[in-house]
Design a binder for this molecule. Structure first.
Ligand code: ATP
Ligand code: MG
Length: 512
């Protein structure tokens, strides 16, 4: 950043801002200054207050104390429209486009260029959209409907919309959580273009390497408190973790050595037309087997079929030697299978139900058995168990009776994990177990998986996080275009060997 830019007041700032929700102090005395031409990271554990900062900048929340400033002047945002008016654009993790409108219509929603006869001038609208995309360096068709765009493309459309409104500040809350490596690279390229054009950018991610790659400064929050703002260049990843967590971290991949036991999950020549073909593998008790591959390779589809959410067309699945019927999650659960789905918000939780009830949902049977009182469920047992799991996963919450909807994103993920781990399954399938989870808890989830495996659980772990795959798996199965492309034992698993198989440049392990 040039000296001139630095001496100008920050484009957007929070100064000594506090914000509470009931008894929860989400922000205490937080100061954050965004300058033109910088990409500024906001770091902190799950529940530290990052999204609350975002929503305060976005005009969704009003601070209880302190000020929001635009170009050094105090402002009061009465709502999101005021923030937008001031040039603040927020890109949320799940974009909010209208699926039936075209990309161009979404961008110019309510502001379409008109012809002399007041008709919508589509040609101009499409030309302007194309010009926006060119400015961002992306190739998207302005006339294409928003429906069917990948999340990454939808984000780019949201960014184009923001610049078409002359946004001077771009705020991105975990934009990369659901993106592939290539999509992240494109998002970063777009971000750098905007930065060069003088935008002030706030970036949130639990992947620390992304912060080091993209950002110049980082502000850290811990439990709603302001820890500090530092130049990224002067920090090591360990320094940043220490600021976030308040202590040094134990091993991130605490994998214990185990001797595998009996086959717990057997998948034989499983095929679902259009999704995956001829997939065969086994997972033994005590083993953690990773299912790696690029997004779209068919990994989640295999998991969904095994669990019975989707049907399969051919092949068979056995849990501890007994064959599962096609398409029955109830039978799968009864046989000892648990699946922690990828899209936890949609598939894993009842948002307006309490934390303890959500955790108890999968255990109705055992809760009943324990109380010996027929269909009545003991609330005390439910609560005790929920409290146990909350502690093990370091859940940040006020009361177990609070609805899951008020938890921060990462803490919602922990509730889903708890809910399935509490069923004490024979086979656990976890789809992206640590996505959206902060680095401290990530280590905790890994320790837990390793511990459970050592106690005889069979774990199938789908993950796009290569270090996690390499660090945690006894064996790595790699899928490529709907087929198993390679099986790599722990000793030979490297990021290179896994990527080679995932991109179809196999040659490692046993080809299918
Ligand atoms: N509307 C709300 N009502 C009650 N509590 C809330 C509300 N919004 C946030 N909180 C609480 O404020 C705290 C901060 O939450 P916030 O969403 O800002 O965390 P975060 O840093 O974004 O975490 P994550 O990394 O998990 O997304 C949490 O304890 C959360 O439960
Ligand atoms: Mg958040």
């Amino acid at each position: 950043m040039s000296a001139a830019a630095r001496s100008a007041p920050p484009t957007l700032a929070l100064v000594n801002v506090s914000k509470s929700f009931g008894a929860v102090r989400a922000l205490r005395d937080v100061t954050l200054e965004l300058h033109a031409g910088e990409v500024h990271a906001l770091a902190g554990e799950n529940g530290a207050g990052k999204s609350t900062v975002v929503k305060t900048f976005a005009g969704v929340h009003r601070p209880d104390g302190g000020e929001v400033r635009v170009d050094g002047e105090p402002v009061t945002f009465g709502g999101p429209a005021d923030a937008q008016q001031a040039g603040v654009a927020v890109i949320y993790q799940e974009p909010t486009l209208f699926p039936d409108l075209s990309v161009a219509e979404n961008i110019f929603m309510g502001r379409q260029p008109r012809s002399a006869l007041r008709r919508i001038d589509r040609r101009t609208m499409h030309e302007r959209t194309a010009a926006l995309f060119e400015r961002l360096g992306v190739a998207l068709d302005p006339q294409q409907p928003a429906r069917g765009l990948s999340i990454a493309d939808q984000q780019v459309v949201e960014i184009a919309k923001a610049i078409s409104r002359d946004a001077r500040v771009l705020i991105m809350d975990e934009p990369t959580a659901a993106l592939t490596g290539q999509e992240v690279a494109r998002l970063f390229a777009v971000t750098r273009t905007l930065q060069e054009q003088g935008c002030a950018i706030l970036f949130i991610s639990h992947r620390l390497e992304e912060i080091f790659e993209l950002c110049q400064r980082v502000t850290t929050l811990r439990d709603g408190g302001y820890i500090g703002t530092d130049p990224v260049a002067g920090l090591t990843p360990d320094d940043l973790v220490r600021r976030m967590v308040g202590r040094d971290l134990d091993a991130l991949y605490p994998k214990q050595d185990v001797t595998p036991g009996d086959v717990a999950l057997k998948v034989d020549r499983l095929t679902r037309e259009g999704a995956f073909t001829d997939v065969s593998f086994e997972v033994r008790r005590g083993e953690i087997v990773a299912l790696a591959g690029l997004v779209g390779a068919g990994r989640s589809e295999v998991a969904r079929a095994i669990f019975g959410v989707d049907r399969w067309d051919a092949g068979l699945v056995e849990i501890a030697g007994s064959r599962l019927p096609v398409g029955s999650p109830t039978a799968a659960m009864a046989a000892g299978l648990a699946l922690v789905p990828e899209d936890r918000r949609q598939q894993g939780l009842v948002m307006d139900m309490s934390i303890e009830r959500n955790m108890g949902l999968t255990q109705l049977r055992s809760l009943r058995r324990e109380t010996g009182r027929g269909p009545l469920i003991s609330r005390t047992v439910e609560r005790d168990r929920a409290r146990d799991w909350a502690l093990r996963l370091q859940l940040k919450y006020a009361r177990l009776t609070d609805t899951v909807g008020v938890l921060s994103g990462g803490n919602q993920q922990k509730v889903v994990l708890a809910k399935w781990l509490a069923t004490e399954p024979t086979v656990l399938i976890v789809d992206e177990p640590t996505r959206g989870i902060d680095v401290g808890t990530k280590a905790e989830v890994h320790r837990l998986l390793s511990e459970l495996a050592a106690q005889d659980l069979a774990v199938l772990m789908i993950s796009s996080d290569l270090p996690e795959v390499i660090g945690m798996a006894d064996r790595v199965l790699v899928m490529h275009e709907g087929r198993l492309a390679a099986e790599i034992p722990r000793a030979q698993a490297t990021e290179e060997s896994v990527m080679a198989a995932a991109t179809g440049r196999a040659g490692t392990g046993k080809a299918a």
